[in-house]
Design a binder for this molecule. Structure first.
Ligand SMILES: Nc1ncnc2c1ncn2[C@@H]1O[C@H](COP(=O)(O)OP(=O)(O)O)[C@@H](O)[C@H]1O
Ligand SMILES: CC(=O)N[C@@H](CCC(=O)OP(=O)(O)O)C(=O)O
Length: 262
């Protein structure tokens, strides 16, 4: 019989929260109040785009993934693994949360392979292959709160840019072998909406059938497509619960949000 697994909350925040200092501070204070085992995964795509443009690079995204040549890789490593990750860790420490910041290379926590696409050259973009679950478990059991950025490595010395939603999803899948995982995607809206312009149109529960229908109608588009694809993949591979919504849902269980079901 399977042993009772301890709960683990994995929370992902994206560029719109990170790019707004007041919102980020608010979020990190709330995150610190969450009891029990937790992991934070952050993106930062918006800040990377701004930095890249300021030095004359032309950012390009295809299907939610950034085309990452060598100059762009240098930017994303500096922004994600450097500026954003270290600032988040420092703010969490100020909130008495014993956070530790990681890229996938640290402790070989997330190994990936360079994306090999038949027609598109994504450059230095990684698809996750393996998570070092025993180390992750040791860190969490030692009271550390791991904070992951969107950088992984290929174990041959190459850093790779990896979508932060995918990192959260792959960590959740791996961790669900040893924990009972709830995955929370926090962004600036109240949940998955039937009308992106109407905050009152939150879909409280979405399954793959409704998702296909709304995608076809054009009601779900852009960044929400890879996010939901990741959700269905995680649920089918053992993640117990997934929610999408504003970070107020972490504190206030009654706050509107979307629950994903298969
Ligand atoms: N039906 C929908 N409901 C909510 N957001 C949607 C929907 N369809 C598209 N979106 C867009 O998806 C975005 C979230 O994805 P993304 O930009 O990748 O966010 P993050 O960086 O926070 O992960 C929202 O800002 C919104 O513009
Ligand atoms: C390969 C790839 O697309 N990587 C993403 C990683 C950051 C990210 O996912 O940030 P958000 O969560 O803020 O969108 C990128 O560079 O935009």
């Amino acid at each position: 019989m399977e042993k009772n697994k301890q709960p683990l909350s994995i929370i992902k925040i994206g560029g719109n929260i990170i790019d707004n200092p007041a919102e980020l501070t608010n979020f990190l204070a709330d995150f610190s109040k969450i009891e029990g085992n937790k992991i934070l995964v952050h993106g930062g795509g918006k800040s990377a785009t701004k930095m890249a443009q300021s030095i004359g690079l032309v950012p390009q995204m295809i299907e939610g993934r950034r085309i990452t040549d060598k100059p762009m890789l240098d930017v994303v490593v500096m922004i994600y693994a450097g500026e954003i990750n270290k600032n988040i860790v420092a703010q969490l420490q100020a909130n008495n949360t014993n956070a530790m910041g990681f890229s996938g290379a640290d402790g070989n926590l997330i190994q990936s392979t360079k994306r090999n696409h038949p027609t598109i050259d994504y450059g230095f973009v990684g698809d996750v292959q393996k998570v070092n679950t025993p180390l992750l478990q040791t860190l969490i059991n030692s009271g550390i709160v791991p904070v992951f950025c969107a950088i992984t490595h290929d174990k041959n010395g190459q850093l790779l840019n990896t979508n932060a939603d995918t990192i959260a999803s792959e960590l959740a899948i791996a961790a669900s072998e040893v924990f009972e995982v709830t995955l929370n995607y926090c962004f600036e809206k109240a949940g998955v909406l039937t009308d992106v312009e109407d905050e009152d149109s939150v879909i409280q529960q979405i399954n793959s059938e409704l998702y296909s229908q709304l995608k076809e109608e054009g009601a779900i588009h852009s960044g929400m497509i890879p996010k939901l694809d990741n959700c269905f993949n995680s649920l089918s591979k053992g993640v117990q619960k997934i929610k999408i919504g504003h970070h107020r849902m972490l504190q206030n269980k009654a706050a509107l949000h979307t629950t994903i079901t298969l």
